[in-house]
Structures are given as structure tokens and as C-alpha cells.
Design a protein around this ligand. Structure first.
Ligand code: AMP
Ligand code: ZN
Length: 506
């Protein structure tokens, strides 16, 4: 393995060597669970999904944590704004833990739809009962929920306090950035540029010494006297500042030194600068070797796409427009993670066409090589080999700061090559362990629907066809009839063949 990544900490591309050979320890800042994840968030998490898939592909083990932020993240990332979850809970008159449960569930569902693997590279089980989960059960899967770790946050804040990096006002306990001269190293923004939020509802603490000082513990006083989630602490009843959760959970699970910390570039000047300061305050050394950041998905007019600006799509909105989540995933593969995406429907449409043509091409090559049925396809695939020359070119692209667009270009080269047709297919399907585009599944759908499953008919119809075939294999004739009627109602003729259900437009 010889990966190189752009390390924001040192502002250059650097060779990546994990602390433990063959195992990568990694923390990814997780979603704030007060709303559905949007296409901007998916840009972030698919970038890290490509990364862990690339590690897995090259034989690395992964020890990774993704957190769920369910307390303390203020609107506009300010210290004294409104807590996003508290605000949502009050406006809907629902318990904040319930709000978080609802959106944690939706994260799992949306990630699964987007073929994002769980933190440690395993398939996500989106059906788990979120209410029945506790800290240990989450941790086994690599997830960590902020409110399950209040004790750890208090402990790490105590360390920071003992080491002399804090001061207290009547409203909060702050980290004093003047005590950490390296504070601006990550963002390279002069301290004086830090502005306190100008939004009207942001109440500024007059006792705060510098605008860049940030909250470690917020007391339930003043603006926050009715904050719904609160806990006892040495600094009074209150709740943690947003940044401390990542320092506490990262070091709890991954240790005082670990390899990679990821997040969007929006986190560089505040959240991650603060996390580095906290880590230093608690341990007197840096904790993370590589800080890696994905660039933003911006709207057509160039503004950062965000929940609060409401200029962003949810995954289900993309689906309602007739796109498969894999169209979006393909889009993300074509723009490397460190390049901004100016999102447009035309761009998405282009990706849809390219993805469909990729799947169809494989189907055609397979058919032309005599694989007339899905069974023959699978048999041929088993006796084919991945072509080493292309595989190593593919890996070189991934190793070069996760050049996914370059890795995708190797597929075009393969199509133009004179290699054996089924070796070409086997090699592309092998690459799909990293792309995660569900290529094989889609090719099999084409077999089931005589080449019409994607592009010409909606994927949900293909899903019903597949369910019907399963029902018939299980001799569940009632179910099979019910699904046939459903297909007819949706406008499709149904024919039973030896290869299974075949459909055509009525
Ligand atoms: P949040 O739920 O806002 O805390 O964001 C979760 C993750 O998504 C963070 O790592 C953010 O940096 C990332 N993120 C948020 N908005 C965007 C965007 N428009 N483009 C890319 N990444 C984003
Ligand atoms: Zn974080």
C-alpha cells in the first residue's frame, strides 16, 4: 500500500502510513441528526466510503468511528446560537431524544440506499431498532452517539481545565485559544478574522475574552435556561459544546493517537481547529496524523448547499425525480473528493446516462459472448480472471489522493481493450467493490427484464420482478399472482419463462 493524501494539517499531499501496519484507524465527523441527510452530506460520506472501500480493497483492516451529533450543534456553527436539535424538538413539541432517534434511523436508511458501508466497512442493517441500541451495541458497529458520552466529555474537559486552557464566565466554560499558539495552523485564517455571528438571535456573552474562544460546557442559564437536554457537571447543570464530543469519542475508541480524521472543508476553520486545540489541551500533543477534508457540494449559484439554507435535495427528492441513488453516486465518483461540486440536474442526468451505458455495455458484451441467461452470466464470471495490469492502474489512481475519476477512466480503457470479454467484465465488477455502484445487481436485472430494466423502466418495477421470481422459486403462487397484478396495473405485460418473469410495456 502506498497511499498519498492531501493532509490539511500540513497543507500538502503526504505519504500515508498507518500507525499499525495493515490497520487504519479513522474518525469521521457524523451527521447532526435533526433532519434528513442531504446531497451535500452524501457527498461527504460517499467520499469516505470510497476511501474505506479502497483501504479494504488493498487489504487494510479498518477501525473507524462515525458519530451521531444529537446535542450542542448550534445553528450556523455559532457558540451562542440555537441548538439545532433543541430547536426542532421545541417547534414540534417532541422529546429531543425522539427527534434524534427518528433521524438516526433515516441516516441508516439513506446510507444503505446510497450503498454507503457502515463505519468499519460492513453492510449497514437499516432495520435495527434504534431505540433498543445502547452505547456498547452502537460501538460494536462503529457508531457513537454524542449523548451516550457525556461522562467522557466531562472527563476530557476536566483534563483541559487542569492543564490550564480554560476560563469560566457566568454562562459557559470556554477554551482560551490564546493559550494554544498553533490554533490557526489548520485554517491559516488570522485570529482577528474570527467574527462572532451577526444573526439576531445570537446572544454574545459579554464576559467572553476573544471571539474565537469556544464553549466546552454551556450552563443552563440565560438564553439556555430552558435547554431541554442537560446534565450535572463540575461547571453546573448544562450541556456540552459541540466540538468536545468528537475529541471525547475519537480518543475513547481510537486512542490518544490515530491515523485519519475526516470532515467537510466547512469544518476546517471552526470545528476541526477547535478539536485540535481541545486534543492538545487534554493530551499535550496532536492526536490525529491526517486531517482530510472533502470539498463542498454547492448549489447552482455557488452557495454551500445546507439544510438551514434549504437549497439542497434530499435523496428521496432525487428519487422522486426518477433518478436511482446510484446515478448520484456515479456523479460523486466523477468529481474527486477534494474538488467542489457545483450541483446541477444536467450533471446528474449526464451521470445517469453514463451509469446506464456502463451497465448496458456489460450486458451486451456478456450476451455477445454467449451468456444468454443470468445463470450463464454467473458461471462465466466464476471462471474469469481479474486483469492484473488494469487492477494495478486502478489501485494507483486510488492511492493518488483517492483519484476516483481516474479509477473510473480505467473502465473506459478496459472496454476499448482486446482482452477476453469476460475478463473485462470480471475486472470491472471487481472495481465495483470500491465504486459501490451495484453494477452486477443491475446487469442481472437486465437479464430478468430482457434488457429493459434500467433506463427504460423504473428500477422499482425491476425490484417487483425480482420479488416475483423469488416468490415463484418458493412456490408462493398467491404472492406471485399478487405481484403480477401489481405489474399489470403499473403498465407491464408479464410472461413466465424458464429464465423467470419477463416483462414488456403494455
Ligand atoms: P452536518 O450534519 O451539518 O454536521 O454535516 C455532516 C457532514 O456533512 C460534515 O462532515 C459536513 O462537513 C458535511 N457537509 C455538510 N454540508 C455539505 C456540503 N454542502 N457539501 C459537502 N459536505 C457537506
Ligand atoms: Zn466532529
Amino acid at each position: 500500500m502506498s497511499f498519498k493524501f492531501y493532509n490539511t494539517l500540513n497543507h500538502k499531499k503526504e505519504e500515508f502510513k498507518p500507525l499499525i501496519d495493515g490497520q487504519v484507524s479513522m474518525y469521521s465527523c457524523g451527521p447532526t441528526v435533526y433532519w434528513r441527510v442531504h446531497t451535500g452530506n452524501l457527498r461527504a460520506y460517499s467520499s469516505w466510503d470510497f476511501m474505506i472501500r479502497a483501504f479494504k480493497y488493498t487489504g487494510q483492516k479498518i477501525h473507524r468511528i462515525i458519530n451521531f451529533t444529537d446535542v450542542g450543534h448550534m445553528v450556523a456553527d455559532e457558540d451562542m446560537g440555537d441548538d439545532k436539535i433543541d430547536k426542532q424538538a421545541k417547534s414540534q413539541n417532541i422529546d429531543p431524544f425522539e427527534i434524534a432517534n427518528t433521524y438516526i434511523r433515516s441516516v441508516l436508511v439513506d446510507f444503505k440506499k446510497f450503498n454507503i458501508l457502515g463505519p468499519n466497512g460492513e453492510e449497514i442493517d437499516e432495520t435495527i431498532d434504534v431505540k433498543s441500541m445502547d452505547k456498547e451495541k452502537w460501538a460494536k458497529l462503529g457508531w457513537a452517539r454524542a449523548t451516550d458520552h457525556i461522562e467522557e466529555m466531562i472527563e476530557i474537559i476536566k483534563k483541559i481545565e487542569e492543564n490550564g486552557y480554560t476560563y469560566s464566565t457566568s454562562q459557559a466554560l470556554y477554551f482560551d485559544v490564546s493559550k494554544f499558539p498553533e490554533y490557526t495552523n489548520l485554517s491559516l485564517q488570522p485570529l482577528n478574522d474570527k467574527q462572532v455571528g451577526v444573526r439576531e438571535e445570537v446572544g454574545v456573552d459579554p464576559e467572553k475574552k476573544h471571539p474565537a474562544d469556544f464553549v466546552l460546557w454551556m450552563k443552563n442559564v440565560g438564553k439556555y435556561k430552558d435547554h431541554l437536554m442537560h446534565w450535572q457537571s463540575p461547571w453546573g447543570v448544562g450541556f456540552p459544546g459541540w466540538h468536545i464530543e468528537c475529541s471525547a469519542m475519537g480518543t475513547k475508541y481510537l486512542g490518544e493517537y490515530f491515523d485519519i480524521h475526516t470532515g467537510g472543508t466547512d469544518h476546517i476553520p471552526v470545528h476541526h481547529a477547535n478539536e485540535i486545540a481541545q486534543n492538545y489541551g487534554a493530551f499535550k500533543h496532536h492526536v490525529v496524523n491526517f486531517w482530510i477534508h472533502n470539498e463542498m457540494l454547492v448549489s447552482a449559484d455557488g452557495e454551500k448547499a445546507s439544510k438551514s439554507k434549504k437549497n439542497v435535495y434530499l435523496l428521496e427528492e432525487i428519487e422522486e425525480m426518477g433518478y436511482d441513488p446510484m446515478d448520484m453516486r456515479y456523479y460523486f465518483l466523477t468529481v474527486n473528493y477534494h474538488v467542489p461540486i457545483r450541483f446541477s440536474i444536467e450533471g446528474l442526468e449526464g451521470s445517469r446516462k453514463s451509469r446506464i451505458s456502463l451497465v448496458k455495455k456489460i450486458f451486451e458484451i456478456a450476451k455477445n459472448s454467449g451468456a444468454d441467461t443470468s445463470v450463464e452470466f454467473s458461471v462465466q464470471l466464476k471462471i474469469s480472471t481479474v486483469i492484473e495490469e488494469y487492477r494495478s492502474e486502478f489501485i494507483s489512481n486510488l492511492e493518488d489522493n483517492l483519484n476516483t475519476s481516474g479509477a473510473l477512466a480505467v473502465v473506459s480503457k478496459l472496454f476499448k481493450s482486446t482482452e477476453k470479454p469476460f475478463d473485462v467484465i470480471a475486472t470491472i465488477l471487481d472495481f465495483d467493490n470500491v465504486f459501490g455502484l451495484r453494477i452486477e445487481e443491475n446487469v442481472l436485472k437486465l437479464y430478468e427484464t430482457e434488457g429493459t430494466a434500467i433506463g427504460d423502466i423504473p428500477v422499482e418495477v425491476a425490484d417487483i420482478v425480482r420479488d416475483r421470481d423469488t416468490a415463484r422459486q418458493n412456490k408462493d403462487w398467491a404472492k406471485s399472482d399478487e405481484l403480477r397484478d401489481q405489474l399489470i396495473k403499473m403498465g407491464w405485460n408479464v410472461k413466465d419463462t424458464q429464465q423467470g418473469t419477463q416483462i414488456s410495456k403494455i
